[in-house]
Design a protein around this ligand. Structure first.
Ligand SMILES: [Zn+2]
Length: 507
């Protein structure tokens, strides 16, 4: 049988080749090997030198012995950690995604404001993203779709799909106060619930809210939306109703509303940026959140590592006398594109004429930021905004490096392993029940997605400042997304777009 003997000869030849030249045969085992790095895996506490073998976008080997691959990168003296997962990333165009990649972020998720329509948003992102992306169904855009006469503005629902803060129509929409200030009628409330359901049916990762921006939304409305989330087994990601210092209508009230809704509906709640929403009450709120968890309520929180916040000047949180409610002076408000500090006349003029104007509010105490950053279980998330002509709050560029450089290395307020957990494993765990894809992220183990960050713990630092907010972080050597370099030897690899959708119902 000629075929068989040919086969035998080929097999014998291959066997001899293998014996003589073991290396080339082994090289085919891995597309890429990261050699000799200090692998830190917050999921199981592993902190030891390993080689990591990567094939087809997944981690397939973790070895004390040297591995060899088609490509190899030496990570001697560097930390290899799971890529960072940002639960609060508004800015998701190329400009912001690349800044985040250079800050070690491999997955950016728009969980607070959320998006709508969901299908259209995912379609726009497909094939354009250096890092992984995803979003919740957003109560704010759904409220706009339901309560604003879009037709009179020459718009359709599809025009909202770019994300509100990125929308060329945001100026027109922010002149409409109905979606911010009016309570929904029973019919509107039912329509809002239906649209959120459609968003969840289209694969949204949860339900996102900015109640502070939709001050007209009643407690009943929010409670009913929590029931939608509960029925779908997803979590609510919420910017709480108030960030004020008041006893009645303050941040304690606001957090109690959310804990009560979670307890009453069984849906989980993740309270965003506890630093900016909690003000001076941060320590009390952290204690309440811990206590609710111990008593079986599914509630978590996050923080960004800065003492200034950012929003648009037309936002409902400035309604009334905000100098009293927010405990903030006009001079604490800055225009990030010029550095100008406002006075009352300038503030009122901009609020009336250009409500979409982005501002920075210098209004938090360092001790409260430290309390949240160092608190067990509190996640790190950037709240990174869209940059306008290269300018925004620097958190969009520096959040994760700032925690690792400033708070871990310089201030010593938490350990490196705890910090890494707050930016990778904990966010993945927060989502994985509703979004099974997240079980492969935020950890370094066999079968996990090869989303990795390789950095020098002695050098990692944020460089973005309020004066120069788009300076990329430093000390990050390599960032891999699905096994592909998006940062290599400190340089962004702008030809590579390996980011994939994180979406319910996807594999
Ligand atoms: Zn917010």
């Amino acid at each position: 049988m000629p075929t068989l003997s040919t086969r035998l000869i080929v097999t014998a030849f291959a066997a001899i080749t293998l014996l003589l030249f073991g290396a080339p045969a082994r090289a085919a085992d891995y597309d890429l090997v990261i050699r000799n790095g200090r692998v830190m895996n917050p999921a199981n506490g592993l902190d030891s030198v390993r080689d990591i073998g990567i094939r087809e976008g997944r981690i397939v080997a973790l070895s004390r012995e040297p591995l060899s691959g088609a490509e190899e990168v030496d990570a001697t003296g560097l930390v290899v950690a799971p890529g960072f997962i940002d639960l609060h990333a508004h800015g998701q165009r190329g400009f912001e995604s690349w800044l985040q990649a250079q800050d070690g972020v491999t997955t950016q998720l728009e969980m607070e404001a959320g998006v709508y329509p969901v299908d259209a948003w995912y379609e726009k992102r497909a094939g354009t993203a250096p890092i992984n992306y995803g979003a919740t169904a957003g109560h704010i855009p759904v409220r706009i779709a339901t309560m604003v006469d879009l037709e009179s503005l020459g718009l359709t629902e599809q025009d909202l799909a770019a994300g509100l803060l990125n929308s060329p129509h945001f100026a027109a929409i922010s002149q409409q106060r109905t979606w911010m200030e009016d309570p929904a009628t029973a019919e509107q409330s039912a329509a809002i619930a239906q649209r959120l359901q459609r968003g969840l049916d289209e694969g949204a990762l949860g339900v996102g809210y900015g109640i502070n921006y939709t001050a007209g939304a009643t407690r009943e409305e929010i409670y009913r939306m929590f029931k939608v989330a509960a029925a779908n087994g997803v979590t609510n990601f919420v910017h709480s109703r108030f960030g004020y210092e008041l006893e009645l209508g303050g941040s304690v009230d606001a957090v109690q509303e959310l804990v009560a809704n979670a307890a009453a509906t069984g849906a989980g709640v993740h309270i965003v940026h506890i630093g900016s929403s909690g003000g001076s009450r941060v320590p009390l709120l952290l204690e309440m959140i811990d206590s609710a968890q111990k008593n079986g309520v599914d509630v978590t929180t996050e923080v960004y590592p800065y003492t200034a916040w950012s929003t648009f000047i037309g936002a409902a949180l400035f309604d009334g006398d905000f100098t009293r409610t927010l405990g903030l002076g006009y001079g604490d408000i800055e225009l990030p594109d010029t550095g100008e500090r406002l006075d009352q006349a300038r503030f009122e003029h901009l609020r009336a004429e250009a409500p979409q104007t982005i501002i920075v509010g210098h209004g938090m105490q360092e001790e409260n930021v430290v309390a949240a950053v160092s608190h067990p279980g509190v996640m790190i998330a950037s709240d990174g905004m869209y940059y306008q002509d290269g300018r925004a709050h620097p958190r969009g560029a520096g959040t994760f490096s700032r925690v690792l450089g400033y708070y871990v290395r310089e201030q010593g307020v938490l350990s490196l392993m705890d910090a890494l957990g707050k930016m990778s494993y904990l966010p993945a765990k927060r989502l994985e029940n509703a979004v099974p894809q997240m079980k492969r992220k935020g950890r370094i183990e066999i079968g996990a997605d090869a989303d990795l960050v390789v950095f020098d713990p002695a050098r990692i630092s944020d460089r973005a400042t309020f004066a120069e907010p788009a300076l990329p972080s430093t000390g990050i050597e390599h960032v891999l997304v699905n096994g592909i370099f998006v940062v290599r030897a400190g340089e962004p690899q702008r030809g590579n777009l390996p980011g994939r959708a994180v979406r319910r119902g996807s594999q």
